[in-house]
Design a protein around this ligand. Structure first.
Ligand SMILES: Cc1cc2nc3c(=O)[nH]c(=O)nc-3n(C[C@H](O)[C@H](O)[C@H](O)COP(=O)(O)OP(=O)(O)OC[C@H]3O[C@@H](n4cnc5c(N)ncnc54)[C@H](O)[C@@H]3O)c2cc1C
Length: 463
């Protein structure tokens, strides 16, 4: 099926999570009589503004960031808090709002931007899956092919594909990964379906997703044993509101690689504590510098960071709302949750196939077997794009339009977000935003960075 090229320049945005939605909003805000624009926002779930993180759910999951940090607009830092206060007058800057509510907030930004943009800006919301992206040949535009058979011609195309389910952890015999007791995506609505309240569960990974699952299990009245496992058994630190007068130090991280940077971080944290403040202000103060620090680091240094420091960095950077940690610790004290440090060794069917015996190789050299009725992979979004079953990504690789970054954290992109092809050339048509840019930017997964990226990308697309 072919379609007529519309008169106004068209930007097709694939994915309507935070990144795609806010790119569309920023584009629509810039439409004017002198600059008419059509934005086609394509989302396979048919839910606008939600994505994986802010999906509509009964689960009592809350944002990982207090309301003061969740505005969708970099130039209006209080925007989300004001919106929230209209619904909950008790909400304050340190409130951790429900994630489903945040999805409503984003959906409303899109609706408002689409209404305000008329008649110069037009939004087409298309509930469909993008299966392929093709260049036009003339280099002046491209085509997005959809699962329904429709095709959208656009002058610019944005990949806002977001977070992909985790990779299966390494084990010698992978039979269990095809078993119905294994859940490969913790965000799948099927993850907890048919789970009897007393069934013991193993959650692999001890980051923020694991805590979501614990909260969701508790809300469903699950009373069975919960085992949680990660290589080092580390869990995230909690958020703490900065004490009065404790502002982030003016960041002056040293150039020259990882070692001086770690020394600087430790010294700055000690200094903050000595001033009666908290190490968190140092991590938060460094955050706006992270992308340029990452880019300035030689590839071997980045590799060393991933190999040795990443887990320690993650637990300081991605923090938990305090009540979530309290619930977890209470369940641990009651013996309902057991934290294991180690790795998976093998799976064996148990209890006449209704359960699985999992052998763990624990840190310190011992092993332990546990019997559970379900295993849920909470190890975090995969970045091994070469192994994804995603038809669009596969097609981009096959056509040579995309290439993984050297560390296989995402897709290679130029500084302005242009997708870099297999020959190393930045595209003039296809751009990317969000977690797919992790290899180029490292810090590109959360709202404070994504809202800035949406503004910058919209500006770039309109050039
Ligand atoms: C569970 C979870 C909780 C989080 N909580 C927070 C938080 O509290 N605060 C914070 O700052 N950050 C949080 N994050 C980080 C999060 O990555 C960002 O805030 C943001 O949601 C990322 O948005 P995104 O649009 O880039 O990706 P996603 O939310 O993953 O959205 C991508 C969208 O693209 C769609 N899509 C993909 N492929 C196609 C295709 N071929 N065709 C059509 N549609 C397609 C998907 O269906 C999806 O809706 C959280 C992340 C997760 C996973």
């Amino acid at each position: 099926m072919t379609s007529q090229r519309p008169p106004a320049p068209t930007v097709a945005v694939i994915g309507a999570g935070f990144s795609g939605t806010m790119t569309a909003v920023q584009l629509l805000r810039s439409a004017s009589a002198g600059r008419p624009l059509r934005v086609v926002l394509i989302e396979r779930s048919g839910d606008w503004g939600r994505g994986v993180a802010y999906a509509a759910t009964d689960a009592p999951v809350v944002l990982n960031v207090p309301a003061r940090g969740m505005s969708a607009y970099p130039d209006e830092p209080g925007h989300f808090l004001e919106w929230l206060r209209q619904r909950d007058p008790d909400a304050g800057p340190e409130t951790f709002a429900r994630r489903t509510l945040y999805g409503e907030y984003l959906a409303q930004q899109l609706t408002d931007a689409a209404t305000d943009a008329l008649p110069h800006g037009e939004l087409d919301s298309v509930a469909d899956e993008a299966l392929a992206v093709e260049g036009s040949g003339s280099g002046s535009g491209g085509t997005v092919r959809l699962a329904s058979g429709a095709a959208i011609e656009a002058d610019r195309i944005v990949l806002a594909l977001g977070n992909f389910p985790p990779s299966d952890p390494p084990v010698t015999d992978r039979w269990f990964y095809r078993d119905r007791r294994y859940v490969g995506s913790p965000w799948s609505p099927a993850a907890l379906v048919d789970l009897a309240p007393e069934t013991p569960v193993l959650l692999i990974g001890t980051g923020l997703t694991m805590f979501d699952l614990i909260a969701t299990l508790a809300a469903r009245g699950h009373g069975g044993a919960i085992h949680v496992l990660s290589r080092r058994g580390l869990i995230p630190h909690v958020h703490r509101a900065p004490a009065a007068g404790c502002t982030a130090p003016v960041p002056a991280p040293p150039a020259g690689g990882l070692r001086p940077l770690v020394r600087w971080l430790r010294a700055a944290a000690r200094d903050a504590e000595a001033r009666g403040c908290d190490w968190r202000i140092v991590v938060d103060g460094l955050r706006p510098e992270l992308q340029s620090l990452w880019r300035s680091m030689p590839i071997d240094e980045r590799r060393r960071f991933l190999r040795h420091l990443r887990p320690y960095w993650e637990i300081h950077r991605h923090r938990l709302p305090p009540p979530i940690l309290d619930t977890f610790e209470a369940a641990r004290r009651a013996g309902r949750v057991t934290l294991h440090a180690g790795s998976l060794r093998s799976f064996r069917a148990a209890d006449g196939e209704t359960a699985v015996e999992v052998e763990l190789a624990l840190r310190g050299g011992t092993t332990r077997s546990i019997i559970v009725g379900r295993v849920i992979n909470c190890t975090g979004p995969t970045s091994e794009y070469r192994k994804l079953e995603h038809p669009l990504v596969r097609g981009l690789f096959a056509a040579g339009l995309a290439t993984p970054d050297p560390l296989h954290l995402g897709l290679e992109t130029a500084d302005d977000g242009a997708l870099v092809d297999a020959a190393g050339r930045p595209s003039r048509i296809i751009f990317a935003i969000g977690p797919v840019r992790k290899g180029s930017l490292w810090e590109t997964t959360a709202v404070p960075e994504l809202r800035e990226q949406a503004v910058a990308l919209a500006g770039r697309l309109l050039k």
